[in-house]
Design a protein around this ligand. Structure first.
Ligand SMILES: [Zn+2]
Length: 154
């Protein structure tokens, strides 16, 4: 199993940010922030889609490297599933409903996008175990006392 040090991860992050700065959308301009949508879609060729991911709003984002059908709360009982194509970052649609959720939405987009970055860089190692589910879910923890544990990985 491949292990990355903090230094390795920071080097990957710097590489991704430098590549993002060269995109036509932001090149030759003062850059005050990274736009997660531009990074995910223009740099990495991912698609961001917004759907209700759970009935209670506890799942904030999900992504998969493989093509897989998933059941979402909006799917009816006809057996219809949402098709995750392996290049999509799914974000809970409630996160774009109000400005107070912008930070959480940005974080969730970057979190799911980072799973895709690691898979692109280490396709043989990352998410390659047979028993692992090919979908990453990120769930909000409703306990607010410990912000560091605000995220739960499935
Ligand atoms: Zn995750």
């Amino acid at each position: 199993m491949k292990r990355l040090s903090r230094k390795d991860i920071e080097a990957i992050a710097n590489r991704v940010i430098r590549a993002c700065m060269k995109l036509p959308e932001v090149a030759n301009q003062p850059v005050y922030r990274i736009y997660p949508e531009i990074l995910a879609e223009s740099l990495l060729g991912l698609k961001i889609d917004y759907q209700h991911l759970s009935f209670d709003g506890s799942i904030l984002g999900m992504t998969s490297y493989e093509e897989i059908g998933i059941e979402l709360p909006g799917c009816d009982d006809s057996g219809e599933v949402y098709f995750l194509d392996g290049k999509t970052v799914l974000i809970e649609s409630d996160l774009r409903e109000c400005v107070e959720q912008n930070g959480r939405r940005n974080f969730t987009i970057m979190h799911e996008t980072s799973h895709q970055v690691l898979k692109m860089l280490f396709p043989q190692d990352y998410g390659a175990k047979l028993h692992e589910r090919p979908i990453h879910f990120c769930k909000a923890n409703t306990v607010r006392r410990k912000p560091i544990e605000d995220w739960e990985e499935w």
